[in-house]
Design a protein around this ligand. Structure first.
Ligand code: UDX
Length: 460
């Protein structure tokens, strides 16, 4: 049976792999392939153990792989065959030269653009899926059209808004799909072809079209707004800890105003993940590039507050534990940057672990899904660290628990048993406010929530 369309994604990472799996699942009439230069990663996509953990992804891949979903390292051959090419290569923060630490590193996508140009013998629609700085599509068009091969490329921007841990759900029923195109007849035709693909399972009124630059910018702005909400509520936590106020109560009261809304108002140890910091820094860099320094400072403050929030957490631990952590054993409950993912990129856990090791504490790290990544992240850092799957075992003989990730299992543990196994006085620092603080205090713990006064057994 021939396929109606051949869809290719260059880059089989989080976004590329999951998006292709969902398209293949929803559209059996298309042949969908994800390619990557990383043969080991492709090997894992073709194995029983996928390279990422994401709820429902295993089932979807199992149902489609070999039928209309394929993972391959044959990049050039697959480009030749494809009608539509998604580009989902990584765009990490550049760590060298101009824009180091701020701008997006575009070397991978540029190589990809050249490769597409070299391998194509027929017209193609190229879809920017990775988060790019504004006007990347223009550069991509310039590279693609810089030969006389007579092949036509139409470049679209189609940013991905999925969140880790809910990626499949977000792809199956997104708030919106955004497609940016050139306003030319060819650009609009290419846009309509992509709309057709999504319209297989997404209502038309949720498929939003715009000009290509608005689309690119919207992705950066959406992430900047989300991160800004977290930093805004976190900017209240210090004040609440010093007074009789409770951040959760403030967030509830504030969030009930429908103009504000109640999402993304959970005070925390700080946001992590591969997108927020990178995208805001990219926005800051763009602003500076256009001499918009006030705007750049404004957005940069969102990241600075987040760095401060992580440091504040460590200082709180240090001060509470009598200003010395040397030789003390501290258990980290969770290493992932949020629950329901094994991803540890930019996780506050890494910052906290480094700082505690600097203070010469010993660490026992536990996490239901992220232990392998934690081990890799902390490899080469001096200090005594053990990695323990079982949280009870991890907490035993520790002076303190620092809860970093809001995994449900941590809410349901037997804290009396844990308390009995720990060194006294025993401390809990709840970086996510998910535990029953009053109950922990009654068990005997000294409890330090985020954005609420501590509950301690010490007389001032
Ligand atoms: C984010 C965006 O949500 C998504 O649309 C975009 O495509 C990629 O970036 P993700 O990084 O997967 O997704 O996670 P998200 O759920 O947004 O959380 C980001 C961080 O903020 C996490 O560390 C999370 O724990 C933290 N967070 C979130 C809070 O601290 N408080 C909140 O109220 C919400």
């Amino acid at each position: 049976m021939g396929f109606e369309k051949k869809i290719l994604c260059i880059g089989a990472g989080y976004v590329g792999g999951t998006t292709m799996a969902v398209i293949a699942h929803k559209c059996p009439q298309y042949k969908v392939t994800a390619v990557d230069v990383d043969a080991a990663r492709i090997g894992r996509w073709n194995s029983h153990e996928l390279p990422i953990y994401e709820p429902d992804l295993d089932e979807i891949v199992k149902a489609t792989r070999g039928r209309n979903l394929f993972f391959s390292t044959e990049i050039e051959e697959e480009i030749r065959e494809a009608d539509i090419v998604f580009v989902s290569v990584s765009t990490p923060t550049k760590m060298f030269g101009v824009g180091a630490g701020m701008a997006a590193d575009l070397q991978y996508w540029e190589k990809t653009a050249r490769q597409i140009r070299e391998c194509s013998a027929s017209d193609k629609i190229i879809v920017e899926k990775s988060t790019f700085p504004v006007k990347t599509a223009l550069a991509m068009e310039r590279i693609l059209t810089s030969t006389e091969a007579g092949v036509r490329f139409d470049v679209l921007s189609n940013p991905e808004f999925l969140a880790e841990g809910t990626a499949v759900k977000d792809l199956e029923s997104p708030d919106r799909v955004l497609i940016g195109s050139r306003p030319t007849p060819e650009g609009l035709k290419a846009r309509d072809a992509l709309v057709e693909i999504y319209a297989n399972w997404i209502p038309r009124d949720r498929i939003v079209t715009s000009n290509i630059w608005s689309s690119e910018l919207s992705k950066l702005v959406a992430n900047a707004f989300l991160a800004q909400r977290v930093s805004s509520i976190n900017a209240i936590t210090g004040l609440c800890e010093e007074t009789e106020a409770d951040t959760a109560e403030v967030a509830r009261a504030v969030g009930m105003d429908h103009r504000i809304g109640n999402k993304f108002l959970n005070a925390s140890i700080g946001f992590g993940g591969s997108c927020f910091k990178k995208d805001i820094l990219s926005l800051v860099y763009l602003c500076r590039n256009y001499n918009l320094h006030q705007e750049a400072d404004y957005w940069e403050a969102v990241v600075k507050l987040n760095e401060y929030q992580k440091e504040r957490f460590v200082l709180k631990m240090l001060h509470a534990m009598f200003n010395t952590l040397t030789g003390k054993r501290i258990c980290l409950f969770g290493f992932a940057f949020k629950a329901n993912t094994g991803d540890t990129r930019e996780s506050p856990a890494l910052f906290v672990a480094r700082r505690l090791l600097e203070e010469k504490a010993e660490l026992a790290v536990t996490d239901p899904k992220a232990l392998a990544n934690a081990r890799a992240d902390l490899a080469g850092i001096d200090g005594r660290i053990s990695y323990v799957q079982d949280p009870y075992e991890a907490a035993a003989d520790c002076d303190a628990i620092a809860l970093i990730t809001e995994w449900d299992i941590y809410r349901e543990l037997d804290y009396e048993k844990i308390y009995r196994s720990m060194v006294k006085p025993a401390f809990i620092f709840d970086g996510r406010n998910i535990l029953n603080h009053r109950r922990l205090f009654e068990i005997g713990f000294n409890v330090f929530p985020i954005g609420k006064p501590p509950l301690t057994h010490f007389q001032d």
